[in-house]
Design a protein around this ligand. Structure first.
Ligand code: COA
Ligand code: AMP
Length: 633
């Protein structure tokens, strides 16, 4: 089938407002939009500024009432606990209406923030939808973050209520969330009024009297007294959620997602990008703590009337490298979306895909990859073993959905390994130099998107228009700065090669090396430090920290290195995967005092490098090389 992509993209270019007005007709509005885009509102404009709607209604009620009450909305499959549960749209409505009434009893209403600090359990999704129902703004915090990170988010979002669970389960260990939560509330300046706590039998926890409330008991009593909350009318531009993501400092950015534009974009993407029909089973193997989880575990599939999978497990070790194939067979999954690192993990354990022989994956039509660069080796391996198209696509927490991809629903374009293919309608992607001038095809430059961003992308940062402008809009006037670098080939295919800032991508998780440097610098024995991302066969990149000890420190450097590793784990969390700290005598710098991180990275990656002309003392690079060799890097 010839792809309709070029016609559809040209149609959007010709009349973007008509394009999004047509896409908006797929949504049930309370008051449909008369104005499609107001360029004068907000930081760079607002989509559907006069419309009213409710996201929960479109994700749940519409299907429960519209003939899908008996269809599975969520399939929860948890190899780490052995639990499995299917929840129909009818049951989901009942759960969400009841929990929304509970939230209301905690005096949570429109515009109030609710932090969700929970593992991959159905209650977490029900919690998000219940917030959406009553217009409360949820902010999900990934379970692998430490107390200090949670506290930063509490202080920025100032939640009235926290939805939490007693524990999460990682292979071989129970992660007790409650002590982390208590510590975070202790550190935070803004104390939440209440905590609704889901006790899990794998690790129960104590309750703080007056603040903590038992989830099961509270919901049961609301149900017994027949309490239910209806959907509240919200402006399309009202925030649905805030999701914090790494910025270039230790203070994360609160990415805001609105209600109306988000629904329109995600609904469009399910059919046209992912090629999914309502009623089919879609699996995003990510975590609800990340944007992929928000968009394609929770909202996208549910808005589309599909069945979504909530998987509490890993690609390997729960119990083996056949876990994904079992899931596909058992739940008749038609599309799987994950990060390349998951496939690298499977390939490492089972390179001949022996486990695949035990299962039938014939329901699977497409594998989608995102979150980090999809290396051609991994893509080819996945193509060979699964015999389905493997589609790389590029997006960010900020955009909420795909900027550059291969729209399977419009007719797949030829795949070129190493490229996520072409811009989606809504995205006018340019490759430019420092002065915003376009660069020639094949030449590397900064990747920017001409404003306005499409529906679904962030309208601003939480209560911080100034940081929104300064982070994304000031450097290339008229454009959104993605902070990725790359190039376009003569066929219009884009290649995303890496970040232009201090962000690194570890196992598909986005982390700031600047944030890690702040932690290293806080150690009393550290005079100076630098953190870089170095190549890692499994995780794509891994952080590597260099420390220079203060003069007069006599303790063995190995002891301090170990403390540094533990410090990052305690302050940022295990998700940082910070395992390599190297004490060195001095750091390589330019004569003006800038640390030469780029050359250090090349040395650590065993790439070719040349001596920077500006280096203060060339001998320092030999010292760095020797220190890394000593560490086995
Ligand atoms: N709660 C608490 N701790 C968590 C956690 C959570 N929700 N998620 C991860 N962690 C911990 C892990 O246990 C690990 O701790 P450790 O250092 O004690 O081993 C650490 O954080 C790093 O986790 P991770 O980066 O996931 O590495 P891993 O070695 O456990 O697993 C993969 C590697 C490739 C299997 C895993 O990263 C994966 O499944 N990735 C899939 C892709 C994905 O989810 N991408 C997200 C965006 S799409
Ligand atoms: P996050 O906000 O966590 O989704 O991370 C976004 C960043 O991950 C992007 O800015 C890219 O650097 C990287 N990224 C995401 N998807 C891809 C992809 N398909 N190819 C290359 N890099 C990607």
């Amino acid at each position: 089938m010839a792809s309709r992509y070029h016609d559809v993209y040209a149609g959007w270019q010709k009349d973007p407002q008509a394009f999004w007005a047509a896409a908006a007709r797929e949504i049930d509005w309370i008051e449909p939009p008369k104005v499609v885009f107001d360029e004068k509102a907000g930081v760079y404009g607002h989509w559907f500024p006069d419309a009213t709607c409710n996201t929960c209604f479109n994700a749940v009620d519409r299907h429960a009432r519209g003939g899908r009450a008996a269809q599975n909305a969520i399939i929860y499959d948890s190899p780490v606990t052995g639990a499995k549960r299917a929840i129909t749209y009818g049951e989901l409505l009942d759960e969400v209406e009841t929990l929304a009434a509970v939230l209301r009893d905690f005096n949570v209403g429109k515009g109030d923030r609710v932090i969700v600090y929970m593992p991959m359990v159905p209650e977490a999704v029900i919690g998000m939808l219940a917030c959406a129902r009553i217009g409360a703004i949820h902010s999900v915090v990934f379970g692998g973050f430490a107390a200090r990170e949670l506290a930063t988010r509490i202080d920025d979002a100032k939640p009235k209520l926290i939805l939490a669970a007693s524990c999460g389960i990682e292979p071989g260990r129970v992660v007790h969330y409650k002590p982390l939560l208590d510590q975070a509330i202790e550190i935070a300046a803004n104390k939440p009024l209440s905590v609704l706590l889901l006790q899990r039998k794998e690790g129960r926890c104590g309750m703080v009297a007056g603040r903590d409330h038992d989830w099961a008991d509270t919901v049961a009593s609301a149900r017994a007294s027949g309490q239910r909350a209806a959907c509240v009318a919200l402006k399309a531009t009202d925030p649905l959620y805030v999701l914090y993501t790494s910025g270039t400092t230790g203070v994360p950015k609160g990415v805001v997602r609105d209600n109306g534009g988000h629904m329109v974009a995600l609904k469009w993407s399910m059919k046209n990008l992912y090629g999914i029909e309502p009623g089919e089973v879609f699996w995003a193997a990510s975590d609800i703590g990340w944007v992929v989880g928000h968009s394609y575990i929770v909202y996208g599939p549910l808005l589309h009337g599909a069945t979504t999978i909530l998987y509490e497990g890993k690609p390997v070790g729960t119990p083996d490298a056949g876990a994904f194939w079992r899931m596909i067979e058992e739940h008749r999954i038609v599309a799987l979306f994950t990060a390349p690192t998951a496939f690298r993990a499977i390939k490492k354990e089972d390179s001949n895909a022996e486990f695949l022989k035990k299962y039938s994956t014939k329901s699977l039509r497409t594998l989608f990859l995102a979150g980090e660069r999809a290396d051609p080796d991994t893509v080819q391996w996945a193509e060979r073993i699964l015999r389905v198209p493997v589609i790389d696509h590029w997006w960010q927490t900020e955009t909420g959905w795909c900027m550059v991809g291969n729209p399977v629903g419009l007719g797949q374009l030829p795949v070129k390994h190493g490229s996520p293919t072409v811009p989606m309608p809504g995205y006018d992607v340019r490759i430019v130099d420092e002065s915003s001038r376009p660069v020639a095809d094949g030449k590397m430059g900064s990747i920017v998107v001409k404003l306005p961003l499409p529906p679904g992308a962030l309208p601003t940062l939480w209560q911080n228009d100034a940081r929104m402008k300064e982070s994304y809009l000031d450097e290339f006037p008229g454009y959104y700065k993605t902070a990725d670098a790359g190039y376009r080939d003569a066929d219009g295919y884009l290649y995303i090669m890496g970040r232009t800032d201090d962000i690194i991508n570890v196992a598909g998780h986005r982390l700031s090396t600047g944030g890690m440097e702040e932690v290293l610098a806080s150690h009393p024995d550290v005079a100076e430090c630098a953190v870089i991302g170095i190549k890692d066969d499994l995780k794509g990149e891994a952080p590597c920290g260099f420390i220079v000890l203060k003069s007069g420190v006599t303790r063995p450097p190995e002891e301090i290195e170990k403390e540094i590793v533990q410090l990052v784990r305690n302050k940022i969390g295990p998700v940082a995967a910070f395992k390599i700290a190297v004490a060195v005598g001095r750091l390589p710098k330019t004569r003006s005092g800038k640390i030469l991180r780029g050359t250090m990275k090349k040395i650590a990656d065993h790439d070719e490098w040349s001596m920077p002309a500006t280096v203060d003392d060339p001998a320092i690079f030999d010292e760095i090389g020797a220190a890394l060799k000593h560490k086995g890097v």
